[in-house]
Design a protein around this ligand. Sequence first.
Ligand SMILES: Cc1cc2nc3c(=O)[nH]c(=O)nc-3n(C[C@H](O)[C@H](O)[C@H](O)COP(=O)(O)OP(=O)(O)OC[C@H]3O[C@@H](n4cnc5c(N)ncnc54)[C@H](O)[C@@H]3O)c2cc1C
Length: 486
Amino acid sequence: MTTHASTAPVIVWFRQDLRINDNPALNTAAESGAPVIPLFVWSPEEDGDWEPGGASRWWLHHSLSRLAADLDKLGSPLVVKRGYSLSILRDFAKETGAHAVYWNRRYEPSTIVRDKNIKGALVKDGIDARSFNGNLLFEPWQVLNGKNEPYKVFTAYHKSATNLVSPPAPAEAPKKLKAPAKKIQSVSISDLMLLPKINWAGGLKETWKPGELGARENLEEFLSGIVEDYKTERDRPSVVGTSRLSPHLHFGEISPRTVWHAVRETQKSSKGSESKSTYLKELVWREFAHHLLYHFPLTTSAPLRHEFEHFPWADDKEALKAWQKGKTGYPLVDAGMRELWHTGWMHNRVRMVVASFLVKDLLLPWQWGAEWFWDTLVDADLANNTLGWQWSAGCGADAAPYFRVFNPLLQSKKFDPDGKYIKLWVPELANLPKPWFHNPWEAPAEVLKESGITLGKTYPKPIVDHGFARERALHAFKSLKAVAAK
Ligand SMILES: Cc1cc2nc3c(=O)[nH]c(=O)nc-3n(C[C@H](O)[C@H](O)[C@H](O)COP(=O)(O)OP(=O)(O)OC[C@H]3O[C@@H](n4cnc5c(N)ncnc54)[C@H](O)[C@@H]3O)c2cc1C
């Protein structure tokens, strides 16, 4: 094998690592001196219940186009195929005479099973099949407690992970890739039909620049000042106070190591040091989410805390629809849901508010919310989404306690005091003066009239009374405690 290794190509199987910088699979292949064939296989059915949603597909189309352009420049074009990964990889290795297949690991439960299978089959075929860590700071199995068990509490996980080893510094992109001798057949990215047939993606296009360059630009903008006030500004949905790197990190257009080290580098200046530490901690939440998904793979649809299997969820599809469309009558909730629909993203503070509203005010199953987010978020990520929803419902690791029911009105007054965010996404409330844009249902009739609002017509009345809903939720959650105690 060694004698032909420099002429027999290496296949680099791209998945959620759509970048050329700090890409261990790509670098290892390039350093071998062999021709490199970059390959992407579109096989959504292999993601089981979690095939990429509409917003993710839109992103993937553009991200692949960007990656293809970057690989062209390096000298070896991206080959795109569609079908069953195992047979494509085996056939393709045979067809091209490849001696190796390299990839960076993914951690979704169905992907782990598939990839193990593929590795076994390729090794049997005499192929050097190798996987690398390109997407996490710490492998999920690396961080365990004193009893060799996974962590369920973030602070303990964080302490243990950050005491472990400093994540290695990111590697640069290869300068050049040796192309295979023969031209290889590929389908075009458009043939994958990732873009929507009805063009609903205008807002996504206005908001995002998918691809490695877009990721780098976001990081640079964040480091050029926003990061210094991250600790306070990250909770204000009306300002750009966070990095907005989540879709880029999900698709692997930038590695967490790159972000980690870039922030650490700026910590050398004294400005905003606390904010930078807070930001690094958020990156570790992403690690914690992957740790949990790896060790508790059923939690994508089942609660981590088993007593929640008996929770008396409601079955109100009309309420679900009102929530999805941003027509609940609670301006902050509606603003968040409309931001999501328009841009494919929602501010973290508002994600917590809308999630709490769904599971605690409407008493609807958290899985319904997770599914809607899955289809509409450009950063839909099985680990982060599962953690976010289980946390909000109170049934996951380190979850919000059952008695913590976000009050949408107080959240609105605290985090969007001047109503900028609400008025941007719920323009029918634009003329309402302070404080009524937080709670239009309590506004005097003449104020509503002057602002051109007819509740129930131009803007909905609240679909549920928060005070009543809170009591109802507390009652339901208390009944669970009794089940758990039995
Ligand atoms: C109900 C709910 C569902 C969520 N679903 C997703 C999801 O599908 N995909 C996703 O990436 N995030 C999800 N999050 C976490 C969080 O809201 C987003 O990561 C964040 O809003 C992204 O914006 P940002 O990149 O500007 O974050 P920043 O504040 O700049 O944080 C930097 C990075 O740290 C990571 N991060 C930050 N907060 C969290 C967190 N709470 N959990 C895990 N990682 C975090 C993200 O990768 C993020 O890009 C969810 C949160 C909730 C409450």
